[in-house]
Design a protein around this ligand. Structure first.
Ligand code: LFC
Ligand code: MG
Length: 477
């Protein structure tokens, strides 16, 4: 590898018109075009690294500009010393005082950091000819700790504690790797219950998801309690009826323990996307108690760790848990959520925090505090990313899988060269292609068609708008 260098990069504003079909909508985000602020890192060899962060449309260009500014700092850098010390590389990425002033480690600048950092991890994995998860799973505990970001979290977990935790899991790693390759990783679906879907669509998609093997379903709530109850009861009426289970389907009790599962072994979760104040969240969730959800996700402002703790305490008496994390912008927010006993489920986002190194910190803290990690994946490319992170969590860090569920949304996978897939038991297959890296490479054609505003789709949409016609509906396989 001697002499391998980053020589240049290109940044792409790619937007998919999910708003046309209402995909991805929730009580806070009633319109959204799933978008990727995407970077391709080039080297003085054939090797390329791809990375992205997720936005919901407008504003993707602002993130792209920030990505350019961060990527400028790594052009010309040799890769051997970076790969040998990814922890120091992360510190370098977040330590430019001018960029740091814009965060630190939050907001647009941190989203951009994630895209660049994830692209370097992708390069590293491809260079080693391993999928990203396997690259990290093959680290020694010492290498794992070296690549993790510990700044500002040593009051929650020290390097020594992390090392001890990883060493304890080390002897049984191989067995877990074999098991998950055979069985797949547990998943749940959100794409049955987007807020903008009609009741008919919710019913149809719930039946389809059940037939596909899912037994965990998430519904968007928070716009109107009567609507939520009606939609939730519709879903419950399908998933609680044993007759609807696919033939021969047996649900493992370990996957549903303590989750308010219904008589057919199915679990419902609800997600409010931050619409409530703390007391409102408690009052509203009391109204939704008949739905018996396992948890309420994002009940209030994502930075409010104390507020989440208060909601969790209040909802304990009606046996509803609290989940959050998709908008928790760095490891320090997760630290506080864990230290305050504020969450039952930790929902990391692969590109809202600064990329893989920071995820490793959060996985370690969650394992120490005994909180399951169920990553957020409602967006474009996020499912492709997070399966790698859940595998790292299971094989190296927590050693637990059946209590966990990884979010799955069935949108836009056709644009990726190494898309995720779900097996007949409703579980994620393990990505195995040695060329796939962090699974985020997009087809050139997709990047060209959906580039904003010059891609063929957006030109056609602008033409339609000029003629007063509705936007074209993109083909879905
Ligand atoms: C706007 C997005 O689709 C969100 O609704 C989505 O990420 C969601 O919160 C989720 O949990 O998947
Ligand atoms: Mg959510």
């Amino acid at each position: 590898m001697s002499g391998l260098k980053i020589t240049e990069f290109s940044v792409h504003d790619i937007r998919f018109p999910t708003n046309v079909t209402g995909d991805g909508t929730d009580a806070m985000n009633k319109e959204c075009d799933y978008s990727a602020a995407y970077i391709v890192l080039k080297t003085n060899s054939d090797l390329k690294g791809q990375g992205m962060t997720f936005t919901i449309g407008r504003g993707n260009d602002i993130v792209c500009y920030a990505i350019e500014q961060i990527a400028n700092r790594i052009v010309g850098k040799e890769l051997a010393p970076i790969f040998a010390d990814m922890g120091s590389f992360f510190d370098f990425l977040v330590s430019d005082p001018q960029h740091r002033w814009l965060g630190p480690e939050k907001g647009v600048i941190h989203l951009a950091t994630a895209a660049v950092n994830n692209a370097v991890w992708d390069l590293y994995a491809k260079h080693e000819k391993k999928p990203l998860w396997k690259l990290i799973v093959d680290f020694t505990p010492e290498e794992f700790v070296k690549a993790t970001s510990f700044r500002y979290i040593t009051d929650a977990i020290t390097k020594e504690e992390a090392l001890a935790l990883l060493k304890e899991k080390e002897p049984t790693k191989k067995a877990r790797e074999e098991e998950v390759i055979k069985k797949g990783y547990p998943a749940y679906t959100t794409s049955v219950g987007w807020l903008g879907y009609s009741d008919e669509k919710v019913v149809r998609l719930t039946k389809e998801a059940l037939a596909q093997g899912f037994n965990h379903f998430k519904l968007k709530v928070g716009a109107d309690p009567e609507d939520d109850l009606r939609r939730g009861r519709l879903i419950r009426s399908i998933i609680d009826d044993k007759a609807n289970l696919p033939e021969g389907r047996v649900i493992d009790p370990a996957t549903i323990k303590g989750k308010n599962a219904g008589p057919a072994g199915c679990v419902l979760m609800v997600d409010a996307n931050q619409v409530w104040d703390v007391p409102q969240a408690v009052e509203y969730m009391k109204k939704l108690e008949p739905l018996k959800p396992w948890f309420i996700e994002e009940p209030t402002a994502p930075d409010d760790a104390v507020g989440h703790a208060a909601i969790r305490k209040a909802l304990k008496e009606i046996n509803i848990g609290v989940a959050t994390g998709e908008h928790a912008h760095n490891r320090m927010v997760f630290k506080q959520l864990l230290q305050l006993d504020a969450i039952d489920v930790c929902q990391i986002d692969s590109c809202r925090v600064g990329g893989v190194n920071e995820i490793m910190s959060i996985l370690l803290m969650s394992a120490k505090f005994g909180v399951p990690v169920c990553p957020h994946a409602g967006g474009v490319g996020l499912c492709e990313y997070v399966i790698h992170l859940s595998l790292i969590d299971y094989i190296c860090v927590s050693g637990e899988m059946e209590r966990n569920v990884l979010e799955f949304v069935d949108h836009l996978h056709e644009h990726f060269l190494y898309p995720v897939s779900i097996n007949a038991q409703g579980r994620y297959n393990v990505p195995q292609d040695p060329k796939g890296g962090y699974s985020i490479e997009m087809y050139d054609q997709s990047m060209a068609d959906y580039a904003y505003p010059e891609g063929s789709y957006w030109v056609a949409a602008a033409d339609a708008a000029a003629k007063g016609l509705p936007p074209p509906v993109p083909p879905h396989p």
